[in-house]
Write a protein that binds this ligand. Structure first.
Ligand code: NAP
Length: 482
């Protein structure tokens, strides 16, 4: 018996594209990628704020099947990455599988597959893949008085290209990777820029504006060199895993880069104001070549305060002082643990994703959830943000899912559901590994779920490879065909 699964992939970012290519490589062509935005790219489509570039070198931040020799910069800009994602979709024949501008609202398991409700109606699939991203839902703080504010307010993840910035009194709220990039980019054009830096973050200096050396571009045009370079890039991200997961001298050496970078700030008052009270690398590390230069310019004020309220003219900081602003930029991050929600997911026996995740999101090896047969997540809970390559993790997960589908195609089962016991065992391994990571050294970050768990991958790449190379039927309940 051979049959071809009908598959719906939700999301056309890194995870959705990697999954589409994995299915195609496995010989499955009956799939649709449904994306609510009008273009592909995920975070690189939604985030368009001034100064956005990737703080991971482009030669690592790419798919293994689509290495690009000629990245213009060492750290590519948002339009360059967005353009790359479009090219990958076109070059890999995914365009015909795409449905853009359509939101998946709900999905219900019907005994053998999923009934998926979108803006456009309802359709059925055998497998549902949630590639819905992590940093997707903007965290918009509920600050009182916002309706009375006479200026403009924008969240960085929903940047309006019409937003006027030149000659304005700009407030940037938040100083994570985003706040640092947008403040650095807007300082030269702003009349006055105020950075509300409630909790300072460690910054590591890097040549984030550097162009990619021509000799490297030339060398990477050879496929053999490109393959070696890609593998070397992955291996270098393995060094980062070691640094963040083990408390060794190597971690201390990298942490000292952040301390030294802060030490080079000339203004001693500013230096102390920006000194975090936790270990470098505990939060997602901020990397910037221009931030310290920008914040020492005369039109910049850095506050170590949060916001108390809006007034018609501006913001009142938590020290009670009011400052006038024309534009308030909320660089306040994301609700990182929403995953596929607010999609209404109803699995076996009517169990909802809210029921299953009442103690916070969790999954078996990032990808399978008890109670939700024939559903997989790509870059789901415990994904390796801040250590391994996300592209690589997404490709590996896509291939793992395709391996299950191959078994389905030959009639080995109709439904596959991970057991609660296997999921608990995986999560217990995660909990045991977490205390030695730098993320658990006592800072508040978006890595933490509401219940205080670190929602990251605490293992190395080899472990991920081993866990996702071959499906382990002992960890799953298989049913059918009748
Ligand atoms: P973030 O790291 O979560 O930072 C949010 C900032 O907003 C923090 O400084 C936070 O302060 C502040 N904040 C939140 N609510 C506030 C309030 N009510 N009043 C005052 N301040 C408030 O968010 P992000 O900077 O958007 O970065 C999120 C992640 O996106 C990064 O960690 C990274 O993974 C990714 N990213 C990557 C790149 C890249 O180049 N690859 C660029 C940008 C972002 P507290 O810390 O005090 O809460």
């Amino acid at each position: 018996m051979t049959r071809s699964p009908r598959v719906i992939i939700v999301g056309a970012g890194v995870a959705g594209i990697a999954t589409g290519v994995a299915l195609r490589d496995a010989g499955f062509h009956d799939f649709r990628i449904i994306e609510k935005a009008d273009d592909v790219g995920g975070v690189w489509q939604w985030n368009r704020y001034p100064g956005l570039s990737c703080d991971v070198p482009s030669q690592i931040y790419q798919f293994s099947f689509a290495t690009k020799p000629d990245w213009p910069r060492v750290f590519a800009t948002q339009p360059q990455i967005q353009g790359y994602m479009c090219d990958v979709v076109d070059d890999n024949g995914l365009r015909e599988h795409l449905t853009l501008g359509t939101e998946v609202r709900a999905a219900r398991f019907d005994g053998t597959g999923w009934e998926v409700t979108t803006d456009a109606g309802t359709e059925r699939c055998d497998f549902l893949i949630c590639a819905t991203g992590i940093l997707h839902h903007p965290n918009v703080p509920d600050i009182s008085g916002r309706d009375e504010f006479e200026g403009d307010v924008v969240h960085t993840a929903r940047w309006d290209p019409e937003t006027e910035t030149a000659g304005r009194r700009i407030a940037v709220v938040g100083n994570g990777s985003t706040g640092v990039q947008v403040a650095t980019a807007l300082q030269p054009v702003a009349e006055q820029l105020t950075l509300y830096s409630r909790s300072p973050q460690w910054v590591i200096g890097a040549p984030t504006d550097a162009t990619q050396p021509r000799a490297l571009t030339w060398a990477l045009r050879s496929d053999a060199v490109a393959r070696v370079a890609y593998r070397a890039g992955l291996a270098s991200s393995g060094l980062l895993v070691d640094v963040v997961t083990k408390p060794t001298w190597r971690r201390r050496a990298v942490q000292s880069l952040a301390r030294r970078h802060l030490g080079r700030l000339r203004d001693p008052v500013l230096r102390e104001r920006l000194r975090p009270d936790y270990e470098p690398l505990c939060k997602r590390q901020v990397v910037s070549g221009g931030f310290h230069r920008a914040i020492q310019q005369p039109n910049v004020e850095v506050l170590r305060q949060g916001i108390d309220r809006f007034t018609p003219a501006g913001l009142v900081a938590s020290d009670g002082h009011e400052r006038a602003h024309d534009l308030v930029i909320l660089a306040t991050g994301f609700k990182a643990h929403n995953y596929m929600r607010p999609m209404q997911l109803v699995g076996r026996d009517g169990i909802t994703i809210e029921d299953q995740w009442r103690d916070g999101p969790s999954a078996y090896r990032m990808t399978a959830i008890p109670g939700f047969p024939n559903l997989f997540t790509v870059l789901g809970p415990n994904s390796p943000i801040g250590s391994l390559s996300q592209h690589w993790a997404a490709e590996l997960t896509g291939a793992y899912i395709a391996a299950w589908m191959r078994r389905w195609a030959v009639g080995a089962f109709d439904t596959v559901e991970v057991t609660q016991a296997a999921t608990d065992a995986f999560n217990s391994q995660v909990r045991q590994a977490m205390p030695s990571t730098v993320w658990a050294t006592g800072c508040d970050s978006w890595y933490l779920t509401e219940s205080g768990n670190v929602d990251l991958w605490p293992f190395n790449g080899r472990t991920m490879s081993r866990m996702l190379s071959t499906p382990d039927p002992a960890d799953f309940t298989l049913a059918g065909p009748a």
